[in-house]
Design a protein around this ligand. Structure first.
Ligand SMILES: Nc1ncnc2c1ncn2[C@@H]1O[C@H](COP(=O)(O)OP(=O)(O)O)[C@@H](O)[C@H]1O
Ligand SMILES: [Mg+2]
Length: 317
């Protein structure tokens, strides 16, 4: 199901939180809203769900108008056919895993074969053997999977995710990326996923909308965002960037220590080396600028050497 936002504006009192956003999310795609805290991601997601009302603009699900300020149309959340997964899981503590998943199904009026549908959803998230447990008897990752089961059990065309992995520890968070992505993609579900974590956005998304201060800076596939950032905000927010001057930068992995035919040389000095396991992350100074260089070997602090960048790898902004 395609989701189309047209000229959405939202203010709280004097403060404009969303500044005229238009965005089309392709049906069946995994689309991420990425940006720093406070830039309006949750507000936009809640407007798609119908939990907040835009001041102006229109929201369409396919051909169906869910919201139009001009036409005074606003379909309530429970009639939009969406599922929502929150960061804090929002499970009922006094209900078992089974009952938590069944609750959503009963609330949405799907009453026949509840038991089978709940077990199918729990099997999909590998929790079918734990259906009689209570949330406090589960790990954080298991609780999050209950929240996913509760979302998929109603067979929604679209699921909205608000930082669903942020409460998990780093290792589990990385594992769950793949699991979550497969869960929605294999079902053809359209996913709109909010995060402030650029690595999460890069690894999971078909397209990323990079947010800053209530507007979208760039809306493109991850490779395009990384290799061709549209603005200096995007270049700085996604990945590391080595700035040559105010308008030119390159990504650390593009630097070479061998001279390149089409290369430009830059004299740098080593400040420190950080061992990352596979490589050393070398902190360099280029004039007053701080650069990063990835090296297979440690380089002593104070070393001066030239690095070379192919001119095609220099991004102009
Ligand atoms: N109900 C509200 N009333 C007033 N201000 C709000 C409300 N909800 C969010 N805001 C403000 O809107 C801005 C965007 O918030 P939010 O959408 O939660 O950002 P994000 O999810 O990107 O961190 C913030 O400055 C926040 O303080
Ligand atoms: Mg938020």
């Amino acid at each position: 199901m395609e989701i189309s936002l047209r000229h959405i504006i939202k203010t709280y009192g004097e403060k404009t939180v969303i500044t005229d956003i238009s965005l089309t999310v392709a049906g069946g795609s995994f689309t991420t809203l990425l940006g720093p805290s406070g830039c309006g991601k949750t507000t936009l997601l809640r407007m798609i769900a119908g939990l907040e009302t835009p001041d102006s603009g229109e929201i369409y699900f396919g051909e169906h108008c869910m919201f139009s300020a001009a036409a005074r149309r606003c379909v309530p959340p429970e009639k939009r056919g969406l599922a929502f997964v929150f960061q804090d899981f929002s499970l009922w503590p006094h209900m078992t895993v089974f009952e938590n998943v069944a609750f959503g199904l009963r609330a949405s009026g799907h009453t026949p074969n509840i038991s089978r549908q709940v077990h199918d959803a729990l099997r999909a998230v590998r929790l079918d053997t734990l259906s009689n447990r209570y949330p406090h008897q589960l790990s954080g990752g298991q609780q999050q999977r209950v929240a996913f089961a509760r979302a998929i059990v109603i067979k929604p065309e679209c699921i909205l995710f608000d930082e669903p992995l942020s409460a998990l520890d780093a290792l589990l968070r990385a594992e769950m990326r793949l699991e979550l992505r497969e869960l929605v993609s294999t079902r053809g579900i359209t996913a709109v996923f909010v995060t402030h974590d650029q690595a999460e956005a890069m690894s999971m998304s078909d397209k990323i909308a990079v947010f800053s201060g209530g507007h979208i800076e760039q809306y493109d596939p991850p490779e395009e965002i990384y290799n061709h950032p549209a603005t200096s905000f995007v270049a700085r927010f996604v990945g590391s960037s080595n700035w040559i001057d105010d308008h030119h930068m390159f990504r650390p992995e593009k630097a070479c220590i061998q001279p390149l035919p089409a290369g430009q040389a830059f004299s740098v000095r080593v400040v420190s080396s950080l061992f990352l396991g596979r490589v050393y992350q070398i902190h360099l100074k280029y004039g007053n600028a701080d650069w990063t260089y990835l090296s297979p070997v440690k380089i002593p602090a104070g070393t001066d050497f030239p690095i070379y960048i192919d001119k095609h790898d220099v991004i102009s902004l």
